[in-house]
Design a protein around this ligand. Structure first.
Ligand code: TGC
Ligand code: FAD
Length: 392
């Protein structure tokens, strides 16, 4: 892969709105991605392997639990810093950002928000340092967009719960030490359980042959009469709203992350267009290529402003699920469109691993599907503005 010459676009001088802490956190993540992700990521994506050696680095830049209080090992940062870390990591690769999103918002967050003090102390510091890695099991083979229909269930056996069922498409599953598993009790109410690797009857087969998110490990969670200690139930919240509350946080991070992937594609295409000579002049001198590049920076700028305002609302505890859906949907769609256009600017070179664009483009096919598909987020906005739920 070519050397990482990335220069972040900031067309509307958003830097003026960031605090010194925001910029420090972002620049640390940016330097780490240049040093530890860019040189290796293409190779790991090509061989479809998660680079486990980056776990310590992710922990050091505060990517595991950025907004979890320091007393539990988190970085104690605000939501804009969290977003900026996700942006920088996804500038490197969406699969690496996935690992950080899952660990922070789908594993640490539910333990922090719904767990007991004992559970927080037991798991959070070790998750923040990367000593323990986690995954989040909501989706099932027959229940993706409609997680409320899940069939994974547990029965009360007196001194323990007996868990049965299966989860599909689970990021980090093949190597996770713990899984936050959403399952129904005998009354059909959804609860979160902490399932630990090594519990009898619990297995995590890897999902192979992905054309997308190849540097992220994806797998199944299979529960065959798994005895789960009663103290592993997260007691603070139950019902579908409990996992959906975690998704709010992860989707918010993705709204920022997608900007990173788009910025990398734009920056690569801009540099290439200035250097690539055809018909005796740089292709950047042609109106058609300028149109592509001008539209890219316009869309990136709009997405940056959307994410920044959402971050302010999130810091004030005022961001709604529907506002988060709008930003996740818009920004991921923006990124995938830019990846497709940027790929064309590079001509044939755009399909090679010499440049990051094709990898971003393929990754974004997962990002536009997971954490709620593009269409599901549109329906969330539709329900919010009309007051009529079109899901059912
Ligand atoms: P609905 O009737 O709308 O809601 C059920 C209950 O949940 C409450 N609720 C929320 N509570 C907290 N936070 C939220 N964001 C909430 N949204 C809804 C709601 O008030 C209700 O409460 P109650 O007390 O009345 O029961 O539910 P529905 O069955 O109609 O479904 C709504 C729908 C389709 C929007 C939702 O299920 C959905 O978002 N589907 C998409 C599924 C999804 O996003 N899956 C993601 C799996 S995890 C993943 O992909 C990780 S990718 C890895 C990575 O990030 O890298
Ligand atoms: P379906 O729900 O079957 O949807 C298929 C199509 O139908 C979509 O286009 C959808 O928009 C459309 N559709 C569905 N319902 C409606 C409707 N009512 N109206 C109109 N259109 C509709 N899940 C986890 O729990 N944890 C993870 O860590 C995780 N990681 C993932 C990693 C990857 C790489 C991928 C690809 C997925 C991951 N997922 C994870 C699962 C992801 O959240 C689901 O794939 C997603 O929610 C969509 O579910 P589905 O694939 O079953 O599609």
């Amino acid at each position: 892969m070519k050397p990482d010459l990335f220069e972040a676009p900031d067309y509307y001088q958003l830097d003026d709105l960031f605090s010194e802490e925001h910029k420090l956190v972002r620049d640390a993540a940016r330097s780490w991605v240049k040093r530890d992700i860019s040189p290796i990521i293409e190779e790991y994506a090509q061989k479809a392997e998660f680079p486990t050696q980056i776990i310590n680095g992710l922990a050091e830049i505060g990517a595991f639990g950025p907004y979890i209080p320091a007393e539990y090992g988190g970085a104690g940062l605000d939501q804009i810093s969290y977003g900026l870390i996700m942006q920088e990591i996804e500038r490197g690769d969406s699969g690496v950002r996935s690992t950080a999103s899952v660990q922070s918002s789908l594993v640490m967050y539910p333990i922090y928000a719904y767990g007991t003090e004992e559970q927080r102390k037991k798991y959070l510091p070790r998750l923040a340092s990367g000593e323990l890695m986690g995954c989040f099991g909501l989706t099932e083979p027959d229940h993706g967009s409609n997680p409320g229909g899940m069939v994974t269930n547990f029965k009360d056996k007196g001194d323990h719960f007996l868990l049965n069922g299966a989860k599909l498409w689970i990021s980090n599953a093949p190597f996770a030490d713990i899984a936050i598993v959403w399952a129904k009790d005998e009354g059909g109410r959804i609860h979160g359980l902490v399932v630990e690797r090594g519990m009898e009857g619990f297995s995590t087969p890897e999902t192979h042959n992905k054309w997308s998110l190849r540097a992220s490990a994806t797998g199944e969670l299979i529960f065959d009469n798994v005895k789960v200690p009663k103290e592993n139930l997260l007691p603070g919240k139950n019902g579908l709203g409990a996992p959906l509350g975690c998704l709010d946080s992860a989707r918010y991070g993705i709204a920022w992350g997608a900007i990173g992937a788009a910025m990398d594609c734009y920056d690569t295409a801009l540099r290439y267009a200035r250097e690539r000579i055809q018909f005796d002049k740089p292709i950047a001198a042609t109106q058609l290529q300028q149109k592509k590049l001008a539209e890219m920076i316009t869309e990136i700028t709009k997405a940056q402003l959307l994410a920044f305002r959402l971050g302010q609302l999130k810091n004030e505890g005022r961001a709604t699920t529907a506002q988060i859906s709008m930003a996740k949907r818009n920004n991921v769609d923006m990124a995938i469109r830019i990846a497709r256009e940027a790929r064309q600017v590079l001509g044939g070179m755009g399909i090679t691993g010499e440049y990051p664009i094709m990898r971003h483009m393929m990754n974004l096919e997962s990002v536009i599907t997971y954490e709620g598909t593009h269409d599901i987020h549109l329906l969330i906005t539709g329900a919010d503005i009309t007051g009529i739920n079109a899901f059912k």
